[in-house]
Design a protein around this ligand. Sequence first.
Ligand code: SAM
Length: 221
Amino acid sequence: MEIKCHKFKGIYQTGNNIATINLVPGIVVYGEKIIKKGEKEYRIWDPTRSKACAAILKGIKKFPVKQGSKILYLGASTGTTSSHLSDVIGHNGIIYAVEFAERVFRELVRLSEKRKNIVPIFADAHRVNEYYWVEEVDVVYCDLAQPDEIEIAIKNAKEFLKRNGYLMVAIKSQSIDVTKKPREVYRTEVAKLKKNGFKIIDKKELEPFEKDHCFVLAKLI
Ligand code: SAM
C-alpha cells in the first residue's frame, strides 16, 4: 500500500485513509490498523472514532496542529484522538488532556505513561482554576458532548489560548437541543463564537462518519 504525505504536515495518506507515524512503535492504542514501512509505523486514523480525523477527511481547510504544538484538550476520554495528535506534535509538543470521568481517565493515565507528551488532568473543564498552572497553548481542542460545550470552550480559550491561536470544537447537536434541526443548533453555537472574538476559519458537518456533528475551526483574534 502506497503512503504519501498529506497536505497537512505530520499526516499521511494511504488510499482513502489517513495515518500518523507512531510515536511509540509497537504499541497500539485503540485497536487501530498499523502499516510498517522500514523503521516507521503508520497508525491508521479511524474517522468513526475521531472527529478530528473525520473533519480532515471531510476537507477542512486548515489543521493547526503541528510538530511542537501545545494543546489543551477538553474531553480526552481514553485518548483515541489525543494519541494521533501526540504523534503529530512529537516529543517537543505537549497535550494537556482534561477529563472528568474516572473510568476513562484511568486509561488516559496509562496512555500518558507511554506517551510522555500527554499530561492527563483529572478535572471538570468548567473549573479552569483547577488547572490554572497550564501554560499558554497554541490550540484548544474541545469534544465534550455537553449542552454548554461552547461556553466551556470559550472560557478555556480565554484563559489559556494565545492570541491568534486556534480553537477546534466538535458540536453535537443532540447534546445541545434535540428539538431543533442540527443546522439551527450549529448556527446558534457558531454565532456565540463570533460574538466572543473568534473568526470562523472553517466548519464541516461530519456525516457519514458522525451523525449530527459539526466540527468548527476558529481563530482567537
Ligand atoms: N475526544 C475523545 C476522542 O476523540 O478520543 C472523545 C470524547 S467523548 C465524546 C466526550 C468526553 O468528554 C467524555 O469522556 C466525557 O467524560 C468528557 N467530558 C464531558 N464533560 C466534561 C467536563 N465538563 N469536563 C471534563 N470532561 C468532560
